[in-house]
Each structure stands twice: as C-alpha cells, then as structure tokens.
Write a protein that binds this ligand. Sequence first.
Ligand SMILES: Nc1ncnc2c1ncn2[C@@H]1O[C@H](COP(=O)(O)OP(=O)(O)O)[C@@H](O)[C@H]1O
Ligand SMILES: [Mg+2]
Length: 150
Amino acid sequence: MKKKNRINELKVTLPSYSVNESAARAVVSAFTAQLNPTFDELSDIKCAVSEAVTNSIVHGYRDMIGPVVIGVKLYDDRSVRIEVKDKGRGIEDVEVAMQPLFTTDPDGERSGMGFTLIENFMDSLSVRSSPGRGTRVVMKKKLSALPVSR
Ligand SMILES: Nc1ncnc2c1ncn2[C@@H]1O[C@H](COP(=O)(O)OP(=O)(O)O)[C@@H](O)[C@H]1O
Ligand SMILES: [Mg+2]
C-alpha cells in the first residue's frame, strides 16, 4: 500500500471567546477547500469543528479565557486530520462523556450530542483528556475521489 504524504498544514491559536467558534469554523473550511471537498463533506467538517471548538470554549474554559489550538493536516490520499486542543478543565471520564446525551452543562442549554455528532460527521474521533490539564480531540475524514472532470 502506498504511504500517504502530508501536503499542507495549518495551525491557529484562538482565545476562547465565543465569537471564535465561527472564526475557527471559517478558517478550517477555507483551508480544507483546497482539496475540493463536496458541499456535504465540507459541511460535515465545519459542524465537527464547531462542536469540538464549542466544547473547549464552554466546557474546557467554563469561567475563564484560554487558548484553543486548532491544527489541520491535509494528505495526498485526500484525508484530513483535525486536532482541537485546550488547556482547560479536562474530562473526568472520557468514555462516559462520549455517550450520547451525556452533558455536564449546569443550565441544560446543551444537548450532550456533540461527540456523537462528530462521530457521525467524521470517519474517526479520538479524545484524550486529563482533569485539570486539558483536552485533545483528533478527528479524521477521508474525502471522496475527485471526478475526472471537475
Ligand atoms: N474540551 C472539553 N473540556 C472539558 N470537558 C469537555 C470538553 N469537551 C467535552 N467535555 C465534556 O463532555 C461532555 C459531552 O460533550 P458533548 O457531547 O459535546 O455534549 P455537550 O457539549 O452538549 O454537553 C460535556 O458536557 C463536558 O462535560
Ligand atoms: Mg458539546
């Protein structure tokens, strides 16, 4: 099997202001567009990024502002790897947090479906976290082959 090669990468750090959820989404979308994803593929990626970045903003840095680091890597086999990292509160039990409908939101404003949505929109999701130190979410998606003429 041919080894895949990285063809481009992006790293941005944004403070966890809530307006930066849409900024992150726009930046990742604009960067990933160079692979010519379909409309649906790009929508899926944007939603996944929104969910992960929102989590860092609302859960990771609940009562404070801190850095959210977003990394995107593009590969020549048309796969995309997106990492979202924060240095926030971290997650007590990742397995439990990833269950559908699980939420620690005290005001009941959130649905508890963020991780489930990411799992559906992307090919893979991995979450590593340590309480008090932060959370790293890695998600991957392989885009469909380009049509011969496009
Ligand atoms: N970056 C993060 N930092 C701290 N806790 C997180 C983070 N991301 C997710 N969590 C925890 O995992 C739970 C589930 O996340 P999610 O599925 O997105 O649901 P929701 O955001 O609606 O609560 C959150 O309620 C929170 O407890
Ligand atoms: Mg969420």
